[in-house]
Ligand binder design. Structure first.
Ligand SMILES: [Fe+2]
Length: 373
């Protein structure tokens, strides 16, 4: 096997399917520890040998306790150093392949989990862009489907809807995203579905504006819009049949949305005040409400378990929700994390509705940073 031999590599879609099917496999991450800390493949094993491999040390993997009874997939940042790791493993007798394109390509890997929503006729599927932690949703009922916050190529959603016999009739975004390129416009174009975006004057292409209290039908189900400004001024949550709440980047399972992106310090404080009011509105909903956020901070595992909690659990977990308005403002503004890479460029593209020429993952690299916890 050589670098040029395509059988020496495995592509992202094949690896994600093997993990989803729980096939026996060892994913061996050979990146530096600090790169792995940013994001990783769920269940992967780490060996801190990046520099040794790069330096051509033939014994780089000599001390690693790599299982011998499963095939190994080696992974690095871009898929080059992992080829060296693969070659060393092949020489040791392992069945080994290298992940083509490395973690950059893994950015588009996804898995899914059905969300149990008691007392709703709708079926809800959470679709997780595992590396970035972007969560989108497919809601199906009586032959129709709506998608919330499409973050993956449209075909992913079209295939899943078709598997269930649903026609995609509505495509919704919770807000203008800053951490990933929205695929909602393209998905709506390719399916002929209505594109519903929160009413705002940021986006320059045509859409059906969603205002507070508007209802969008999916079969016999209803998705009601709750305007929840703060993370962005247009941020909107969607309430399905009074049971499940899609909170976008307003409320996460262990934190709240950051109010500072594309804002001056004064604007961030004003937005934090709006966010507090929005969160008070949401926490007044029934405690058994199922919270379905727009992101997760850890890579989404291939376990088929939805990333969700009841509103009661989230309220208990997120201490900042119990603070007074002024204490909330001080706490949130003191805890703002580093800004996501390329956020200004991503926002500009999401406002113009364009996808970049070439590989969108160049812009979207790295984990999500929309939360304050
Ligand atoms: Fe966001």
């Amino acid at each position: 096997m050589t670098h040029q031999d395509p059988s020496s590599t495995i592509d992202v879609d094949k690896l994600r399917m093997m993990l989803a099917e729980h096939q026996p496999i060892t994913v061996l991450d050979v990146r530096k520890a600090e790169d792995r800390a940013e994001w990783s493949i769920p269940g992967s094993m780490h060996v801190d040998v990046y520099e040794a491999l790069k330096a051509g040390d033939p014994d780089a993997l000599a001390d690693a306790a790599i299982p011998t009874n499963t095939p190994v997939v080696t992974v690095c940042g871009a898929g080059k150093v992992s080829l060296t790791a693969m070659e060393q493993l092949l020489q040791k007798g392992y069945e080994a392949r290298s992940l083509a394109g490395g973690m950059k390509a893994w950015s588009l890997a996804w898995n899914s989990a059905e969300v149990p929503v008691p007392e709703s006729a709708a079926t809800v599927i959470q679709i997780r862009r595992t590396g970035k932690g972007c969560l989108s949703y497919l809601i199906g009922n009586d032959g129709q489907a709506a998608i919330i916050d499409a973050a993956l190529p449209p075909g992913v959603y079209q295939d899943l809807a078709a598997e269930h016999g649903w026609t995609i009739t509505g495509v919704l975004d919770t807000h203008v995203h800053a951490d990933h390129l929205s695929r909602s416009r393209l998905l709506a174009e390719q399916t002929g579905a209505t594109l519903h975006l929160p009413e705002q004057d940021r986006v320059t292409y045509s859409f059906t504006p969603v205002r507070d209290g508007d209802a969008i039908g999916v079969g016999f189900s209803r998705i009601v819009a709750l305007r929840t400004p703060g993370h962005t001024l247009e941020s909107t949550s969607y309430f399905l049949d009074g049971k499940a709440l899609f909170t976008g980047d307003t409320l996460f399972l262990a934190g709240v949305g950051r109010p500072d992106l594309e804002a001056s310090p004064e604007q961030a404080r004003a937005r934090a005040r709006l966010l507090h009011a929005s969160l008070m509105r949401l926490t007044a909903l029934p405690p058994e409400t199922i919270i379905l956020p727009g992101h997760t901070s850890e890579p989404a595992p291939f376990d088929g378990q939805a990333i969700t909690a009841t509103l009661a659990d989230v309220t208990n977990r997120v201490g900042i929700l119990g603070l007074s308005e002024e204490a909330f403002l001080d706490a949130i503004l003191a805890r703002i994390p580093p800004t996501p890479p390329n956020h200004a460029r991503i926002v500009a593209l999401n406002e113009s509705g364009e996808l970049p020429d070439g590989d969108p993952t160049d812009l979207e690299a790295g984990a999500n940073r929309c939360a304050v916890s």
